[in-house]
Design a binder for this molecule. Sequence first.
Ligand SMILES: Cc1ncc(COP(=O)(O)O)c(C=O)c1O
Length: 367
Amino acid sequence: MLSGVPRATVSLQTLTHNLGALRSRLRPETDILVPVKADAYGHGVVATAKYLENEGVLWFGVATAGEALELRAEGVSSNIVIFTPVYNGLEDLIAQDVALSVVDLQSAEAVIRAASGQKARVHLKVDTGMGRLGEGTEASLATAKRLACARNVELEGLWTHFACSDEPDRSYTETQLGNFHDAVSALEREGLEVPLKHTANSAATLAYPESHFDLVRPGIAVYGYHSSPHSAALAPELTPAMTLTAPVTFVKKVEKGQSLSYGALWTAPEDTTIATVRFGYADGYPRVLSTHPAAQVRLHGRRCPIVGRVCMDQLLVDVGELDVQVDDRVVLFAPEGPTAEELGEAAGTISYELLVRLGARVTREYV
Ligand SMILES: Cc1ncc(COP(=O)(O)O)c(C=O)c1O
């Protein structure tokens, strides 16, 4: 029976390998928080978080209340931190022991109002230069004082996020680190000792040991990718956990001069064989790569070009002389290449976007 569907195959052993590679760079007192937001960077949040929890991961990071509650509903009991402020449904999150980010007095008041029976766990975000969430030292100190005198709030974490830690020039990150130290000192001078300080994303985990503090938050590195070539050079042992494949659904001979797909953009330069593949831009292949030289798949170990426009559900591959049958699987990206990083760069984006844009029709499989 031919039943091929697009499939993202996640190697759990590779996740363990990457986790080990990262842990080996940490001091024993530093723990690891794995961001599993955006469906664990496309790897499937429930299976990924459950596996990592089994591998001893005690902290997860998410972006939304819904993501946190899904993990709890699925039985994940490790610590969960939401990276963005939440203003509604806080009671439920507090009851589920989810740690909340506070970014200013307004978000602090929302948590204080919601915290009654059970203590609300709060991580105060300080803006040290990313400019996305949080405030500088002085305002953050005022928020910390407000939290400290609220009865049902535990100020558990103090954190920030880097803007440029994957770049060779260290000056911006060093300034951010200095600003973070200023914030820590300002709170300590007021007698506010926050037990967990955390700043480092993947790139900083690799390049700035002095940013490790109590927790590091590497996301993309756990999944085996890097945010920049500079960062990649620091940890070549990290390996992509995902292999993305899709089935051939139709094979035909095409004569020289015949044009294919929308816009008839591609015309066969000679007689060849074309395989139609069940994967399109609705599944996450960037349409902008239509006719780009980097738009290639691997089939029977050989790289073959994608030709013509990428369609919503399908794309076409020039397989040349290869013997190809319906239901053979093409590799869209994999550790051996083409890689999500190559495709991301060609598409003017980053591997993260390719991973998180994988569509609902792509089945996840764990091996
Ligand atoms: C607050 C926060 N921490 C950590 C990360 C992980 O970043 P990376 O995947 O680059 O390691 C992210 C991701 O964007 C984030 O938003």
